[in-house]
Each structure stands twice: as structure tokens, then as C-alpha cells.
Design a protein around this ligand. Structure first.
Ligand SMILES: C[S@@+](CC[C@H](N)C(=O)[O-])C[C@H]1O[C@@H](n2cnc3c(N)ncnc32)[C@H](O)[C@@H]1O
Length: 372
């Protein structure tokens, strides 16, 4: 049956040769098959791959490590990073079953030579030893198979579509002037706010990642900056991560993109989305200004940033999150482990873990005097 399905879309077949592997030991090109319903290299994923290449020490996160790539599409990043850094295993994961079929085909196309014989690397292994592709909703496959990861690389969608209902709910939450504070002041709405700004899937991936990654592991995600840099970074910071921006590029906004919902949102809140004039502007402009500029024939872009994230105090933060997940769901949505003053972070996180373990054991809050 799979064969039939495959031949039914063979007529879409398009072979591409990507020259993305500068520095690779093996070869400079990847041969890839593309079909329309499966993502291959685009602005977003190319920026991610460039970001990975800008990591100060990529060997430390990939060489001989176990890696998952979320939203692997046709598999090119999983294959490219394996060629370059020889991880012991890369799990390329995608929710789209067609993507997984194409990714396997692409793996074989690059693992075998013209005579169909395996190509061995310096360690005597082939791409087939090092890479697997699986259909999976985010990290489900790794969780289900109890795979412990060293690194996670994510290129997953963001859909920025604030709904009027959600907007009014957020607005009644008495926002403070700085939008970053939405996350700090609106308590139980936080997860909800991340959804509104298209960051829900990335937020879920980060939380699932925390459950399957080694305490000192690294996650790398690319994030479109339209919600505003503060909002995007808060997603990682409030969950206890230290972040490093590996790379930032600008993505041109298609001229026919409707951003009127964002303009409406701005009318009723102090928040400002972040666009840029043309592809080089460095001063952010609001959705309202961007719309006016587009109407007068101008082109706008938005930032796309690649972040590398590592948990600070991983054992403690993981313990805290685990406790909050079991029965304190609302609290876990309100958690904010971003600290302006790095030096106080250690003391505060340690205290929070202590407090949470009291709550978990159904003991009275140790900070309140006992009831009369
Ligand atoms: C922007 S594309 C990136 C594709 C790929 N990284 C590349 O280099 O071309 C996003 C990918 O995320 C996948 N995706 C969307 N939701 C997902 C989910 N919940 N779990 C896993 N993959 C998902 C899509 O099927 C798509 O292939």
C-alpha cells in the first residue's frame, strides 16, 4: 500500500542538490528529493542551519551525541548536521507522514554511492547508522521510547493569529506598559498568551524537551520575531533557561499578508508587534506603522532569530516543573524563572523548589504562620 501511495505522488518528484555542507568531511553537496507537500530548505530552516553553524562549540552539542530534530521536513538538516558533526544518533521527527517517507528516501540517497554501496565515514559508520526518521507529534517518539537526548534542534511553525475573544480576555487582565510583563502579570493566562502569539507549539516543545533532555543538554530553536523580541525570549527565560542568540536574519513579509488583526490588537493594548522597514531597517515598527507603510507601497520584514538555550540549575528546575505539573497546573503556567539579577537566581530557585516540595507533600506553607 505504501508503494502505491508513493507512486501516486512520484510525478511531483523534484531532485535538488543542496550545497550546504561547507566544512563537511565527506562531501560538499546533499542530493534531495522534494515534493510540494513537504518542507525543504526555506528562509526559516536555512537560518536555523546557519545559526547552528554559528554555535561557539557545535562539537559539544552534536559530536557523538543523541540529537532530536523537530519538524525535520525532507530531512536535510538532520542529514547535513550528521555529515558535519557525526552525532551518534539523530532522530528526525515530523508530524507529517509524507515528510518522514521523503526524509528516509533522502537518507538513502545520501548514504549510498552510485553503485548502491554504503558510504563510510572516518569512524566506519554510515548515515544509515546515525540517522532515523519517525512520524511524531513533537517529542512523542522520544518520550515513548524513553530516549534520553543531549540536544534538540527545532524548526516548527508559528502561526500568529490573535483571536478577538482572546484579545479581550488578555486586555481585561490589566496589562502593564511593558509587554514582556504580560507574562509576569497575567498569571494563569500565560500559556494562553503564548498561544495567542503563535508561540504555543514552541512552548510545548520546550516543555516536552525538558522531560527528555539530559540536565546539561542544549535546545536550539528558531523563532520569528513578530510578537516582539521580549515576548519570544520570555518563552525560554521564564522556564529557567539561559539563552544565547546565535543568529538573526530578516524575513520579508509577503505583500499580501493581512496584518489587520495585529493592528486591532495594538489598538486595545500597550503591546507593539515588531516589523522592520525593508530588509535592512534596524528600528522596529509597530503593526500599525507597518500596515500604513505597506499600503503606501513599502515592503516590511520581521526578524528571525536562532536561540541556543540551556537550563540553569537543571536538576532543581526540573524538579520544580515536575512537581508543578502534578496537580499544580495553573501554577506551572504562571511560573517565571527569569531573573534580571543573575546573582539572585540561585537563591530564588532553591527557595522555590523547597516551597514546591512542601506543597507537594501536602504540608502547610512553611512561610505562613500556622493557622490558629
Ligand atoms: C517550517 S517547516 C521546517 C521544515 C524543515 N526543518 C526544513 O528544513 O525544511 C516546519 C515543519 O514542522 C512540522 N510540524 C508541524 N507541527 C509539528 C508537530 N506538532 N510535531 C512535529 N512536527 C511538526 C511540519 O510538518 C513541517 O515539516
Amino acid at each position: 500500500q505504501e508503494k502505491l501511495q508513493f507512486t501516486s505522488f512520484l510525478h511531483y518528484l523534484d531532485w535538488k542538490i543542496y550545497q550546504m555542507l561547507s566544512g563537511s568531511q565527506q562531501r560538499k553537496k546533499l542530493i534531495m528529493m522534494e515534493i510540494p507537500s513537504v518542507f525543504g530548505p526555506r528562509d526559516r530552516s536555512i537560518t536555523l542551519y546557519e545559526g547552528i553553524n554559528h554555535h561557539p562549540d557545535p562539537d559539544s552539542i552534536f559530536r557523538s551525541k543523541t540529537v532530536a530534530q523537530l519538524g525535520c521536513g525532507n530531512g536535510w538538516i538532520s542529514i547535513a548536521l550528521t555529515e558535519k558533526w557525526c552525532p551518534s544518533k539523530v532522530y528526525g521527527l515530523d508530524i507529517n507522514p509524507r515528510a518522514i517517507k521523503i526524509a528516509w528516501i533522502n537518507l538513502y540517497l545520501n548514504a549510498l554511492d552510485d553503485d548502491g554501496l554504503p558510504i563510510y565515514d572516518r569512524e566506519g559508520k554510515t548515515l544509515l547508522d546515525r540517522v532515523e526518521f519517525h512520524e511524531s507529534d513533537l517529542l512523542f517518539y522520544c518520550r515513548d521510547n524513553k530516549i534520553e537526548l543531549d540536544s534538540i534542534v527545532g524548526c516548527i511553525p508559528q502561526i500568529l493569529k490573535p483571536s478577538p475573544e482572546a484579545m479581550s480576555k488578555i486586555i481585561t487582565e490589566n496589562l502593564s506598559k511593558e509587554f514582556g510583563n504580560i507574562f509576569r502579570t497575567s498569571g494563569p493566562l500565560r500559556g494562553f498568551v503564548e498561544d495567542q502569539f503563535g508561540l504555543g507549539l514552541i512552548a510545548r516543545a520546550v516543555e516536552e524537551g525538558m522531560a527528555v533532555i539530559k540536565p546539561t543538554g542544549t535546545m536550539i530553536f528558531n523563532v520569528g520575531g513578530r510578537p516582539g523580541q521580549g515576548v519570544c525570549e520570555c518563552l525560554f527565560l521564564r522556564r529557567g533557561f539561559r539563552i544565547t542568540k546565535l543568529r538573526q536574519t530578516k524575513i520579508m513579509q509577503a505583500a499580501n499578508t493581512d496584518i489587520s488583526a495585529l493592528v486591532e490588537f495594538e489598538k486595545n493594548s500597550p503591546h507593539r508587534f515588531e516589523f522592520f522597514m525593508g530588509s535592512v531597517g534596524d528600528q522596529p515598527i509597530s503593526a500599525r506603522t507597518a500596515l500604513a507603510y505597506m499600503k503606501s507601497g513599502g515592503h516590511v520584514s520581521h526578524a528571525l532569530s536562532v536561540y541556543s538555550c540551556q537550563l540553569r540549575q537543571p536538576n532543581q528546575v526540573n524538579k520544580l516543573i515536575e512537581i508543578l505539573k502534578n496537580g499544580f497546573h495553573e501554577l506551572s503556567r504562571s511560573l517565571d524563572l527569569s531573573f534580571a539579577d543573575d546573582s539572585s537566581a540561585h537563591e530564588k530557585i532553591t527557595f522555590l523548589v523547597y516551597l514546591a516540595s512542601f506543597l507537594n507533600a501536602n504540608k502547610p506553607n512553611p512561610c505562613q504562620p500556622p493557622a490558629e
